[in-house]
Design a protein around this ligand. Structure first.
Ligand code: GLU
Length: 288
C-alpha cells in the first residue's frame, strides 16, 4: 500500500491539510505500506520555497515522515510533456485561446440554455475545437492552453468502462464502484484543460502521471475532488496506467460550515503550534 499527500507550497497548511495528511499516513501505516509526500508546485508563480519548508516542518511536527527527496512536480516536467505528446499524437488535444470571459460570453448566448458546471467550473462550450480540426495534423504547439477533446477521448476508449472503486463515505461521495458513461463525461465535464499557457501541464494531467510514477495504490484526498476523479481515470485508461483505489474524505469546515481555504490563516497549523497545542490535541480537534 502506498499513499501520498500532495500539498501546494502556496500558503500555510491548515487543519484541513492536517486531516488529509494524517489520514494518508495512518492508512499507510495500518496497511504496512508507505506514505509519500508530493510537492504540487506546478504553479511556479505562486509556489515559494519558504512555504515548502514550513509545510514540511508542520508535517514533521505532526509526527509524519516520508522518504526524501520527495517528489516535486517542477522537477518532472519532462514526464508531463511526454504524456501530453502521447495524447496529442492520438489526436485528443487541441489548442484553446479562450479567456474566462470568452467562455462566459459564449455560454450566455441565448441558444446555449443554462450553462452547466463540472469539476473545473463552467463546462467549456467547445469554441476552439472546430478550428483545430480544420487545421489538420501538425506538431504540438508549446506555450499554449491545450484541452482534451472529451468526445474523441471517450470514442477512443470505445466502450471500455470509466470505472473506479471508491471507499470514502463523505457527503457527496458515492461509495462502491463508480461508473461513468461517455455522455456524462461529454456533457457534464467537457473539454478540460490539460496544459496551461505559462505553466505547462495542468493538475489533471500531472496528478495522473505522478500517481502512476509513484506507484500510488490508494489515493486519499478531500471530497471536493470526487467528481474530478472520473477525468483522472479516463486519462489513466488513455495512457495505459493502472487506476488506484480512491478514498475521498470529509472536508474540515470553519464555524460557519464553510470549507477551509489556504487563506484561512486563523486555522494554520503553525498558529496552533505557536500557541502551544500538542500534536495529539490537534489530532483530537479534527476527530483523529
Ligand atoms: N495539490 C492538490 C490539492 O491540494 C492535490 C490534489 C490531490 O491530492 O490529487 O488540491
Amino acid at each position: 500500500m502506498r499513499t501520498r499527500f500532495a500539498p501546494s507550497p502556496t500558503g500555510p497548511l491548515h487543519l484541513g491539510h492536517a486531516y488529509s495528511a494524517l489520514l494518508n499516513h495512518d492508512k499507510a501505516r495500518a496497511g504496512g505500506g508507505s506514505f509519500l509526500l508530493r510537492i504540487d508546485d506546478l504553479d511556479q508563480s505562486r509556489s515559494r520555497p519558504e512555504w515548502e519548508a514550513q509545510l514540511k516542518d508542520d508535517l514533521h511536527w505532526l509526527g509524519l515522515d516520508w522518504p526524501e527527496p520527495c517528489w516535486r512536480e517542477s522537477e518532472h516536467l519532462a514526464e508531463y510533456d511526454a504524456a501530453l505528446d502521447r495524447l496529442w499524437a492520438m489526436g485528443l488535444l487541441y489548442p484553446c485561446s479562450c479567456s474566462r470571459r470568452d467562455i462566459r460570453e459564449a455560454l450566455s448566448a441565448p441558444q446555449e440554455g443554462a450553462p452547466l458546471t463540472g469539476p473545473d467550473g463552467l463546462v467549456y462550450p467547445g469554441t476552439c475545437r472546430p478550428l483545430a480540426a480544420a487545421e489538420g495534423p501538425r506538431p504540438r504547439p508549446r506555450d499554449t492552453t491545450l484541452r482534451l477533446d472529451m468526445a474523441r477521448a471517450c470514442a477512443r476508449l470505445a466502450g471500455a468502462p470509466i470505472a473506479f472503486l471508491e471507499t470514502g463515505t463523505a457527503p457527496g461521495v458515492t461509495t462502491g464502484t463508480e461508473l461513468s458513461e461517455p455522455a456524462e463525461m461529454i456533457q457534464g465535464i467537457g473539454d478540460v484543460v490539460l496544459a496551461r499557457k505559462d505553466m505547462g501541464a495542468a493538475y489533471h494531467l500531472a496528478v495522473v502521471v505522478d500517481d502512476a510514477a509513484q506507484a500510488i495504490t490508494h489515493v486519499v484526498r478531500g471530497a471536493d475532488l470526487f467528481e474530478a476523479t472520473r477525468i483522472h481515470v479516463l486519462l489513466q485508461n488513455l495512457l495505459g496506467l493502472s487506476t488506484p483505489i480512491y478514498h475521498h474524505h470529509d472536508l474540515i469546515r470553519d464555524d460557519n460550515g464553510k470549507r477551509l481555504a489556504k487563506r484561512d490563516d486563523a486555522r494554520a497549523i503553525a498558529l496552533y503550534r505557536s500557541e502551544g497545542l500538542t500534536p495529539s490535541a490537534l489530532r483530537a480537534m479534527i476527530g483523529l
